[in-house]
Design a protein around this ligand. Sequence first.
Ligand code: ZN
Length: 170
Amino acid sequence: MTFYISNGLGDSIDSPSREQMRAFLAALDPSDEEHGAAWLATADGHALEWNVDGRLVLDTPGDRGVRHLAKVSHDQTIDLWCALARGDLVYVNEQRWQDGNGFVRTPERQAEIERSQLAWDREFYDGLGAERGDAHCRRDACTRGPVTHSVLCRIHHFESIKGRRCPFEH
Ligand SMILES: [Zn+2]
């Protein structure tokens, strides 16, 4: 069966050997939860993704939804990758899968998610450019000027696009 492995950094290998799989997993940065994942995918739509926090997430074609195993080692991941690659779904399915992707939002993770959200927001906000001095934002009683290509100021343009309060004023 056609299969390949990929990681969160965009690397990919077609029909990898066990050694290539091992090297691929070993190359993941354990502290990088955003990109620290590698998965094997097959042409018929199965995917098994290992995350640096030890979760192995199984995605199957159809509406079954994802399932996961926690605390999975590299060796166990490679065994299951190989089973999936050779089409041994019986072996894959007999593992003790639990529903969902198993992602737990710890306070640290929540803070990290909020930090990256804020960075994205800042980039978007700054990308709107300067407000014009020769007109007023269309929003009620707003005294700021509109940005280029909009009738709204940076704050109100942000809010109309993002659908939530703008965290910046300058
Ligand atoms: Zn405004």
